[in-house]
Design a protein around this ligand. Structure first.
Ligand SMILES: Cc1cc2nc3c(=O)[nH]c(=O)nc-3n(C[C@H](O)[C@H](O)[C@H](O)COP(=O)(O)OP(=O)(O)OC[C@H]3O[C@@H](n4cnc5c(N)ncnc54)[C@H](O)[C@@H]3O)c2cc1C
Length: 394
């Protein structure tokens, strides 16, 4: 996260975070209900709650202890949500797993998400209007995953009420009916029932909400529930659980090249640099999984210099506002602003996170937000607030 600028009149720090989407971006891969066998397997393996995650030395020697004749089943490159989820899943299936993370677990995109565990409400809209069964299946899947994540890690995930403001009666009916349908589809996976609040009740619940948008007055809000997670801690939790399930997971170590067999066709291992000690070593595996997020093209090019790029990087900026912009425990989501954007303000660790943007970017280790992206978010949220938000030069 980079401190970018300050808010005028409020004297409050404004920070912005940016992450890069890649072709391999996935919803945090938490074990799903359909994989109950895996869940039970993990539970059995880590049944001893006093078990400590093996030390760095133990993890590193396990990685160094592989050879051509005694390789890992799977070597994962990248310790974000995808890599740690893959490692946990594979270890829980009884496979021998190694994982290498260049920086720290969750130091990439996985600590800079919006922190929502989407239950797929947007797919429902598409399913209804396009008569698309595939989209409906996505809703069921997202609802199931959301429930599972909250059940698996209740200390890091919870239900979050999200308010949708309506400035005309059509929106009230549209969002109320849509969200009631969502409640119905959720069935036993429902977090809480959605409901309509009058304009007066809404202002009581969300005191900074605007009573007017242009010349239209607030008609009320529909509040529904989605999930919120502590993305980085969840990622570290996945890494530790994978280690407890037997995977050798090493952070601050980098895959610097791949080892190929005599035909030069098949990857059989990787050369790894321990970024803390500077030591280099080789580790062997039957399968290598590229979970390097926005960096997965550079990993692919390590294997094949001629490999065409697959990633279209784009940056998503969030800004962090002082706590009084949103009440504790209540988010605000505008599914469609006047110019068709999605805008949200969510409570987060005693502050308010607002966002987001989606613009082309170059891939860098620490993406920085641009002033115009911050202004873009401030402009979008200011229509829905009764407090002024503007930038102040540092
Ligand atoms: C703005 C934004 C908002 C989002 N909001 C949400 C949300 O609300 N909910 C949600 O579920 N998802 C959200 N996502 C998506 C989610 O954040 C991503 O899908 C997820 O974090 C991708 O994780 P990853 O492991 O693939 O990539 P990353 O987290 O980027 O991990 C890749 C890792 O690979 C490592 N690496 C790279 N090269 C090497 C190498 N040579 N050797 C070793 N390691 C290497 C990097 O250091 C990095 O840690 C959002 C994404 C963005 C950008």
């Amino acid at each position: 996260m980079a401190t970018a600028t300050r808010l005028k009149g409020f004297g409050a720090a404004l920070t912005a975070a940016a992450g890069a989407y890649g072709a391999l971006t996935l919803i945090s891969p938490i074990i799903s209900q359909s994989d109950r066998g895996i869940v039970d397997n993990v539970r059995r393996k880590i049944a001893d709650v006093t078990a400590a995650v093996p030390s760095r030395e133990v993890q590193e020697s396990a990685l160094m202890g592989t050879s051509l004749v005694n390789p890992f089943d799977v070597l994962v490159v990248g310790g974000g949500a995808t890599g740690c989820g893959v490692a946990l899943d594979a270890a829980a299936r009884g496979l021998r797993v190694g994982l290498i993370e260049r920086d720290d677990f969750s130091s990439g995109t996985s600590s800079r998400s919006t922190k929502l565990i989407h239950g797929g409400v947007r797919y429902l809209e598409k399913a209804v209007f396009n008569f698309d069964y595939g989209q409906l299946k996505l809703v069921f899947h997202a609802l199931e995953e959301r429930k599972q994540v909250i059940e698996n890690a209740p200390h890091l995930c919870h239900a979050l009420p999200c308010m949708t403001p309506c400035f005309n009666w059509f929106d009230v009916v549209y969002y109320w009916a849509g969200l009631k349908m969502y409640d119905l589809v959720a069935g036993p996976r429902l977090l809480h029932l959605s409901r309509y609040y009058s304009a007066k009740e809404s202002i009581e619940l969300f005191p900074t909400l605007a009573k007017k948008e242009g010349d239209r007055s607030l008609k009320g809000t529909v509040v529904y529930y989605d999930g919120q997670m502590n993305d980085s801690r969840l990622n570290v939790g996945l890494a530790c659980t994978a280690a407890l399930a037997g995977a050798a997971v090493l952070n601050h170590a980098e895959v610097i090249s791949f080892i190929k067999d005599e035909t030069c066709e098949r990857i059989i291992g990787a050369r790894v640099k321990d970024n803390l000690s500077g030591k280099e070593f080789e580790t062997y595996a039957k399968v290598v999984v590229n979970a390097a997020g926005p960096f997965c093209d550079s990993v692919r090019k390590m294997a094949d210099k001629e490999a065409p790029s697959m990633i279209c990087p784009s940056s998503g900026v969030h800004i962090v506002l002082p706590d009084y912009y949103s009440p504790e425990g209540m988010g605000l989501i505008v599914p469609k602003t006047k110019d068709g954007r999605v805008v949200f303000m969510l409570p987060w660790l005693g502050r308010t996170v607002a966002g987001t943007t989606d613009s082309n970017t170059a891939i860098t280790m620490l993406p920085e937000p641009h002033e115009d992206e911050i202004q873009f978010i401030l402009d979008a949220i200011s229509d829905y607030l009764n407090v002024k938000v503007c930038l102040q030069e540092n």
